[in-house]
Design a protein around this ligand. Structure first.
Ligand code: PGA
Length: 248
């Protein structure tokens, strides 16, 4: 039995004041929910404030990125130790926007996951195909390459996979529940062949998740949660997604 896991990826939105406003409104809406793991990943600048406000709540704190060195002359980068000291328990690694705009390869993603895990952070590893890859029937091949490269020499301990088809991110075009489950089942099949504990690893779906479609996505056997961008920016909308996931 895999506990549903719903995570908010705020990307580059929300000032410290807006973070405070969101959390103060959101916590009362979900405080009764115990059967869903809930995580918020605000920008780095909001982490300390969010950590203070989320303390002793049922919502945990994550970051959206991390570097693969512990310290040193890497201007602008943030280490796992810094994230832990800011109150994070988890970090998102390999989001398609990082891959697309900041040239992150599976090799870089792999190095980041290794240091994050060694440091004690849980990881949400993002993978997913582009529209062109899907239309040329290369979805499974792309997912397998991303898994193989990103998870090289790693166990699944502390790792959640987020399947995010790039064509569904921020486009309002959600994968159908069948498309999502097919990809999730394929990912789990690959993990089963190549790693231990594939049956306990959680696989989130990401890409235009909203309160209106969370229940049908969660009704699928291999969908264990969601990584939510746009619809996580308003407290009532994100609470609606969390509540929808709790019903299953
Ligand atoms: P979206 O983003 O929910 O706005 O499509 C999802 C993500 O990028 O994680």
């Amino acid at each position: 039995m895999r506990k549903p896991f719903i995570a908010a990826n705020w990307k580059m939105t929300k000032t410290i004041g807006e973070t405070e406003e969101f959390i103060n409104a959101f916590l009362p809406m979900v405080k009764h929910i115990g059967d869903v793991d809930i995580l918020i990943a605000p920008p780095f600048t909001s982490l300390s404030t969010a950590a203070r406000l989320l303390k002793s709540s049922n919502v945990s704190l994550g970051a959206q990125n991390v570097y693969y060195e512990e310290k040193g002359a890497y201007t602008g980068e943030i280490s796992p130790g810094m994230l832990l000291s800011a109150g994070c328990s988890c970090v998102i690694i390999g989001h398609s926007e990082r891959r697309q705009y900041f040239s992150e390869t599976d090799e870089i993603v792999n190095k980041k996951i290794k240091l994050a895990r060694k440091s004690g952070l849980d990881v949400i590893l993002c993978i997913g195909e582009s529209l062109e890859q899907r239309e040329s029937n290369r979805t499974f091949e792309v997912l397998e390459n991303q898994l193989g490269g990103s998870l090289r020499d790693l166990s699944l301990d502390g790792i959640t996979i987020a399947y995010e088809p790039i064509w569904a991110i921020g486009t309002g075009k959600t994968a159908t529940k069948e498309q999502a489950n097919e990809a999730h089942a394929h990912i789990r099949g690959w993990l089963r062949k190549n790693r231990d504990s594939a049956d306990t690893v959680r696989i989130q779906y990401g890409g235009s998740v909203k309160p209106e479609n969370i229940e049908e996505l969660m009704s699928q056997p291999d969908v264990d949660g969601a990584l939510v961008g746009g619809a996580s920016l308003k407290p009532d909308s994100f609470a609606g997604i969390v509540t929808g996931a709790a019903k299953e």
